[in-house]
Write a protein that binds this ligand. Structure first.
Ligand SMILES: *Cc1c(COP(=O)(O)O)cnc(C)c1O
Length: 458
């Protein structure tokens, strides 16, 4: 196993502590066995999300101090805008306070202008899907790979099934398609990357039918790294060049800067189309803030202006992807069923297989999340029936996601996680499922808020 040595030294630290097991049990009971309800200070290793949780560099910290808080036309805005322009090669940039507002403004504007409501994607991310659904649209997932098929060794499972994309557009007619969306990397599909070949294929289909191609580039630097390392012809190119080639195929872009912007908050929309830009400007002013801050503080924009370049550094990204892979290999070596190949930002455990003595109605993924906290003070998130099954349709997968924050934990922490899994593994047959005792009325947010309790011995 190759250890991905850290390309940084740590000069600011946040103490973390492991509470005793009996206290963790009390915390879990107080949270109704739902890890979303636990205070982060009561967690030892927090792998709930990699969004807005990145460690900052000394350069970002210095820039934050120089953040300019002007409402209109601040220095920080121009630094932010110039970074985005330089990397994307796109002129028209609009700031937003985070990714989901960029999704809302861009997606609804395209639906308005084209008067079309079907949106095919390699796989929609949950917030984007919710935007489209709530606007009367129809999000359609057309992924290429099967993530739990152990005989599917494709390194780029995240892409489109291009035949299905072509068939859908033919069947519905291009006039009914609002836009084609590529999510890079495919977050919902276990963070699997999309190949340059697949992006080119989607571009050809977009051109064939005269449709706009939108890219969700929240994790674009990770995707560029996979292309560089695993697709023929890119090994010798710097990441920024691979990224530029990738992005050259898109018409419009949205980004959550909480991911590959290495920032705590922020996002943006970018487009090559002046008319669409003018249309969206008013929406940004109305919903986010003036067009030179969009809900961000000057210091947020400074953080992103630097973070977007840092995410494209080869040694940073080699460690980032290497650390995720290292955790995956450690868990794999002790027989935990992990999704392979390992994706960009997280390790996913097939909880349906691992806890196959627990019926799905007792939420194996969320049960594993609760026990991981109980046994080791670690927080992951269940993505299965509890998260996606409250509209009556059971989702395909029952996964526990361990998302790795960027530049935050060391490789020793990864080894600690594997040690905890070894202990859980010895007693895994004794783990009982969780029963739902309360859920909210609004659909789609059940796993955030649900109350659960352990199923009694029978
Ligand atoms: C996080 C994320 C979003 C939403 O961004 P927020 O900043 O959380 O609102 C959209 N798409 C992808 C792929 C993401 O990872």
């Amino acid at each position: 196993m190759k250890v991905p040595y850290e390309p940084f030294k740590i000069r600011v630290v946040e103490p973390i502590r492991l509470l005793p097991r009996e206290i963790r049990k009390v915390k879990l009971e107080e949270a109704y066995w739902n890890v979303f309800g636990i205070r982060s200070e009561d967690i030892y290793i927090d792998l709930l999300t990699d969004s807005g949780t990145s460690g900052l560099s000394i350069y970002q910290l210095a820039a934050i101090m120089a953040g300019d808080e002007a409402y209109a036309g601040s220095r920080s805005w121009y630094r932010f805008r110039d970074t985005v322009r330089n990397i994307l090669g796109v002129d028209y940039i609009l700031p937003t306070h985070q990714g989901r507002s960029a999704e809302r403004i861009l997606y609804t504007s395209l639906m308005d202008m084209r008067r079309a409501y079907i949106v095919p994607a390699n796989t929609h991310f949950d917030t984007g899907r919710a935007v489209i659904l709530n606007y009367g649209g129809r999000p359609v997932d057309l992924p290429k790979g099967n993530i739990t098929d152990k005989n599917d060794f494709d390194r780029f499972k995240g892409g489109f099934d291009l035949d299905k994309l072509d068939m859908l557009i033919k069947k519905e007619g291009p006039d009914k398609i609002a836009f084609i969306l590529i999510v890079l990397t495919n977050n919902t599909l276990a963070g699997q990357p999309v190949s340059m070949e697949n992006i080119r294929g989607a571009r050809e289909i977009a051109d064939k039918y005269g449709l706009p191609l939108v890219m969700d580039i929240s994790r674009y630097a990770e995707n560029a790294y996979f292309i560089k390392m695993y697709e023929d012809g890119y090994r010798d190119k710097p990441l920024i060049e691979v990224a530029r080639e990738m992005l050259s195929h898109g018409d419009h872009f949205m980004m959550s800067a909480k991911k590959d912007g290495l920032a705590a908050m922020g996002g943006f929309i970018a487009t090559r189309d002046e008319e669409l830009y003018r249309y969206m400007q008013s929406k940004v002013v109305l919903e986010e803030g003036f067009v030179t801050y969009g809900g961000m503080a000057g210091r947020d924009m400074e953080e992103i202006a630097i973070g977007m370049y840092e995410a494209l550094q080869q040694d940073y990204m080699g460690h980032r992807i290497g650390q995720v892979r290292y955790l995956g290999e450690l868990l794999d070596s002790i027989g935990i069923p992990v999704v392979k190949p390992f994706g960009g930002h997280a390790i996913y455990i097939d909880a349906a297989e691992y806890l196959n003595h627990i019926p799905r109605e007792y939420f194996p993924a969320d049960t594993l999340a609760a026990y991981l906290y109980l046994e080791g003070g670690i927080r992951g998130v269940g993505l299965g029936l509890l998260a996606f099954g409250d509209d009556g349709e059971a989702p395909e997968y029952e996964l526990l996601r361990l998302a790795i924050p960027r530049r935050t934990y060391t490789n020793h922490h990864m080894e600690y996680i594997a040690e905890v899994f070894k202990e859980i593994d010895e007693r895994r047959r004794d783990i009982k499922g969780l029963r739902l005792v309360w859920q909210p009325k609004i659909k789609g947010v059940r796993h955030f808020l649900a109350k659960l309790e352990p199923v009694k011995n029978s």
